[in-house]
Design a protein around this ligand. Structure first.
Ligand code: ADP
Length: 357
């Protein structure tokens, strides 16, 4: 293997030497012929065979020597300016191919004399950075999903074991069976949300845009929670402008309202108020969902749109931390805006701004 490489190196060197020899020989022969013929014409010098032979031998050795110098200079130049940077890039690429995305290449020189290599190096470093962050997202996502699945599965396992006891009152049996049903519902909800999020993150074309009345859609979504607010004794307050048309994917947008409403009811105690308002400006429709619930700290507020983030652990069994990540993704797709204002212990207001039709 090593000798093969050695022979290849020698052949490459000979090849370069031969090329230089031919180029130098051609250039020197042309110059010499021009020089000698000018001398003969102008000075009338007569050349003998002996003179010519001696000069030819000397010139031949000269050409051999000059070609050798050119070859050596060329080899050194190539090593420094081509082979060295290419080797650094291929070494780094090999490491990346093996899954190491932390690899980065130092730029060639501070003065950027290597132009194209510096550009390749900059692109390579950018690529490694992007792939690294995608990889982190992927591994974090898998870790989160497995973690989130473990809790309901453990609960279901527990209730399943309890249900196996021979002497169980009807009351206990119903309670344990309900525990199993709740756990499986949580798992199913989480899977549905993961699939929705996955679809939204990968889908690029959203063909179902239609023009519809936003106020009507808000009322329809809100009415689905009638049982919830009645049971929780929460007061509802609405101020919805009429005839506000938007052009959007209605199904996607209803996902936003459902998540905001369900959170508002979830985080508001009995006797609280949830209010929904729709107002318009020249180009935008603005929806505010306000509640007088537990609110959140500024620290929690900065993370709520992240996947699997749950700020309020006392309600964690009622959700999976994916709702607002979905809402944010929908807003990004629709080029809308969502903002949140909240005071701990006082309440929260989500403001959604979308373009009017
Ligand atoms: P989930 O509600 O399933 O936990 P979300 O993504 O919908 O997940 O919400 C993420 C977090 O944002 C919640 O865990 C909670 O801490 C906070 N949050 C969302 N809406 C409200 C609200 N109306 N009031 C207080 N906190 C909220």
């Amino acid at each position: 293997m090593k000798s093969e490489k050695y022979i290849k190196g020698i052949l490459k060197g000979l090849n370069r030497y031969l090329t230089f020899f031919l180029v130098v020989a051609f250039a020197i022969t042309c110059c010499m012929m021009l020089f000698v013929s000018t001398l003969i014409d102008n000075l009338g010098i007569v050349l003998t065979d002996q003179n010519v032979n001696a000069a030819a031998v000397l010139t031949f050795w000269n050409v051999l020597f000059i070609s050798l110098i050119f070859t050596v200079i060329d080899v050194i130049r190539r090593k420094l300016t081509v082979e060295r940077p290419v080797k650094r890039i291929t070494d780094a690429a090999e490491k990346m191919a093996q899954g190491d995305f932390t690899v980065r290449i130092e730029p060639q020189s501070r003065f950027s004399i290597y132009g194209i290599f510096d550009r390749i190096i900059t692109c390579f470093n950018k690529l490694a950075e992007e792939l690294g962050s995608v990889e982190t997202l992927r591994t974090d996502f898998i870790a989160n999903v497995s973690h989130e699945m473990k809790t309901p599965l453990a609960v279901m396992q527990n209730y399943g074991t309890l249900l196996q006891a021979s002497e169980l009152s009807d009351e206990k049996r119903i309670e344990y069976a309900k525990g199993v049903a709740d756990g499986s519902r949580r798992l199913a909800d989480m899977m549905t949300n993961i699939l929705k999020l996955n679809r939204l993150e990968n889908q690029q074309i959203y063909p179902q845009t239609t023009e519809f009345d936003l106020g009507e859609q808000l009322c329809e979504c809100l009415l689905q929670y009638e049982n919830v607010w009645e049971k929780a004794e929460i007061e509802i307050d609405t101020d919805i402008a009429e005839n506000v048309k938007v052009r959007a994917d209605a199904e996607l947008l209803s996902l936003v309202w459902n998540n905001l409403f369900s959170n508002a009811f979830k985080f508001t105690e009995a006797g609280g108020i949830v209010s929904v308002t729709l107002t318009v400006t020249d180009h935008h429709a603005i929806v505010k969902v306000r509640d007088t619930g537990c609110g959140m700290s500024p620290e929690v507020g900065t993370h709520i749109f992240e996947k699997f983030y749950q700020g309020d652990t006392s309600h964690s069994v009622q959700g999976n931390g994916l709702g607002l990540a979905l809402v944010k993704r929908v807003m990004d797709i629709m080029q809308g805006e969502i903002g949140v204002e909240s005071t701990l212990g006082k309440g929260t207001t989500f403001t959604v701004k979308i373009r009017r039709a």
